[in-house]
Design a protein around this ligand. Structure first.
Ligand SMILES: O=C(O)CCC(=O)C(=O)O
Length: 610
């Protein structure tokens, strides 16, 4: 996944300038008032209190170590410190950005990294950056698992040098350095240490339904592709009662689960997650849990709304489709769209999750899908997205759908919707991705895209999945695809068919039409047709931010002719020329399709494969 540079701090400082009570605001405000900056150590407790007052609360559990790192803005506004020890201690490397310094340190092994930490105060801080040690642990242990020991650095040392006296290391793990300013390191600490703000959790605008019939679900949510939160539909799951940590550790025994790049036993994972204090905690996300531990598979059943699961026709060749998800507070999934254009349901068994969902045509702020849709750049962590971008969505016309999904509740995530999820407490959930009749044609379209080999996921045979799936559906449910295509065409025609009133009136002038051409129509013969062009997501960005334009082309023109004209006006659209999709009046269309007067031609950039 691509990541964006952090942009949180500028905003944080701006915000803090306005709001006096916050920690940094206090520094800045007091600087503005010619206040002599106190020693960082002296004000620490008071500062934490200030944070709580403002709503940027630090986690009550021990926060991650800050080493006294301050944001760069504090240095620029400081009258007492003339030296940023970040720079003086880095020697010639001082010119590099923090990210680059950390990238270079990422090439060192543990011993060299440890030695480097003794060179200067600056290297002490850089070389204690926990993600460096996390990578070393994960690279070294990979599938063998590890026993987490308070921090990634201590864990690394205890794996590689079990006889080492840890008390020596612990003693020098939490030194505080004065006059060290770095936005990157400060933000990493801040994001690891912040509690979710209550205002980020307030909005709950999802439809909630209890006891709805399957037909109602299909009609009101699955067909219109709209999220819904389902209450009371998994009450009979044994998992709800049984899945306590001790039980799971017992039934899972030595079985290993996928945790990022590592494979951990459940007791190893809980040891880590109980002590994790990081910006992006490792998340247990395993697609084979029910095969590995069959009793887990029998502790839940698919809710009645999602029983039609057409990918099942592929048997063992179906892409990954069900996952157990376990993570501590603060863990979660950053913005993505689910794989292969499938829809999903996600049932919380323990804990609670905050969801933010945007419809397919609205790319969330701060999220940048690559032109071919295979990658998504977004803020480094979920909490950073909330700090930098959440507020922006409040003024949007198309607000996201949001909710907190609690234990015993299930959310339906329609295909193509962007979603972000953060666990508000330690959580356990089951999710399944599925294809029903309502979504079959979308999935087939997705699998057939020219860059399917990069977009399709969850299977090793990405390129042939389309042929295999289509063939298996035709064998198992003969005629289904044709029927669905016919129905879609009818629906389309229905949408275009003028009402009786429209057919007898001229909507433009509000008068009755005559049974013969009007002067206007006569004059228009052989003239241009006018269509509306709609730009979605990245296409809108490349078209200079406009979401639609009117275009006149000679009658008989094709979508391709329209594109030539559009590209002359918006040449940057060439960037997505090879991978964009066209829709004419809401139906996917080839470039050879002929456009008619008043048609709507949508230019849709590729969608991430999730
Ligand atoms: O973290 C979660 O529970 C959400 C998972 C998710 O978004 C997904 O499986 O697509």
């Amino acid at each position: 996944m691509l990541t964006c540079k952090r942009s949180l701090l500028d905003r944080l400082i701006m915000k803090k300038k306005k709001k006096r009570k916050t920690k940094i605001g206090k520094f800045i405000k007091t600087q503005n008032q010619n206040f002599q900056k106190p020693q960082y150590e002296e004000v620490e407790e008071e500062e934490v209190e200030e944070e709580r007052d403002e709503g940027f609360s630090l986690k009550r559990s021990a926060p991650s170590k800050s080493y006294g790192v301050q944001p760069l803005g504090n240095f620029l506004l400081s009258s007492s410190s003339s030296n940023n020890s970040r720079n003086s201690g880095l020697g010639k490397l001082y010119k590099l950005t923090d990210e680059l310094v950390l990238d270079i340190l990422g090439f060192l092994d543990g011993t060299d990294l440890g030695v480097l930490g003794t060179v200067s105060k600056s290297f002490y801080i850089f070389s204690n950056y926990e993600p460096l040690w996390r990578n070393l642990v994960l690279d070294n242990t990979n599938t063998n698992g590890f026993s987490f020991n308070e921090s990634w650095k201590l864990t690394y040392v205890s794996i590689l040098k079990p006889s080492f006296d840890m008390s020596i290391l612990k003693g020098c793990e939490s030194l505080r350095v004065r006059d060290f300013y770095s936005d990157y390191l400060f933000q990493s600490w801040l994001c690891a240490s912040l509690e979710m703000k209550p205002e980020w959790l307030e909005r709950d605008n999802i439809d909630r339904k209890c006891g709805m019939s399957v037909e109602e679900f299909v009609l009101n949510y699955e067909e219109p592709n709209k999220p819904v939160l389902l209450e009371g539909c998994i009450e009979n799951w044994p998992a709800l009662k049984k899945w306590k940590k001790e039980y799971l550790i017992r039934v899972c025994g030595d079985v290993r689960f996928a945790v990022g790049p590592a494979e951990l036993k459940l007791d190893e994972y809980f040891k880590y997650s109980d002590g994790a204090r990081e910006e992006r905690p490792l998340y247990l996300f395993d697609p084979k849990f029910a095969e590995k531990v069959p009793v887990m598979g029998s502790d839940y059943e698919v809710p009645q709304y999602f029983r039609e699961d057409l990918f099942a026709v592929l048997g063992k060749e179906r892409p990954d489709y069900r996952w157990i998800i376990i993570g501590p507070a603060g863990s979660g999934s950053s913005f993505h769209i689910d794989p292969n254009s499938t829809s999903a349901w996600n049932a919380v068994i323990k804990g609670s999750k905050k969801w933010v969902l945007f419809p397919p045509e609205v790319v969330p702020p701060g999220v940048h899908p690559s032109p071919d849709g295979a990658e998504v750049a977004c803020p480094v962590s979920i909490i950073e997205w909330f700090m930098n971008f959440y507020r922006e969505t409040k003024s949007w016309k198309r607000r996201p759908v949001e909710c907190v999904c609690k234990a015993g509740e299930v959310i339906f995530v329609p295909n193509g919707w962007w979603h972000l999820v953060i666990n508000l407490e330690e959580s356990i959930a089951i999710t399944q991705n599925y294809v029903s009749r309502s979504n079959l044609l979308n999935v087939l379209d997705f699998l057939k895209r020219p860059n399917a080999s990069e977009l399709v996921s969850g299977t090793t045979d990405r390129v042939n999945l389309y042929d295999k799936f289509k063939g298996a559906i035709e064998a198992a449910f003969p005629g289904t695809i044709k029927d669905l295509e016919l129905k879609a065409a009818e629906k389309m025609a229905e949408k275009k068919k003028p009402t009786f009133w429209e057919s007898v009136t001229d909507s433009k002038v509000g008068a009755f039409k005559q049974g013969f051409p009007t002067m206007d129509e006569e004059n228009k013969k052989g003239a241009d047709v006018e269509i509306k062009v709609l730009f979605f997501a990245r296409a809108r960005d490349l078209a200079g931010g406009v979401s639609e334009m009117m275009l006149q082309v000679p009658s008989g023109s094709t979508a391709q002719d329209c594109l030539s004209k559009i590209f002359t006006k918006h040449p940057r659209l060439e960037e997505i020329r090879e991978c964009m999709v066209l829709a004419l009046n809401l139906e996917y269309a080839p470039e050879s399709a002929v456009v008619n007067d008043k048609d709507e031609l949508a230019i849709i950039p590729p969608i991430s494969g999730g």
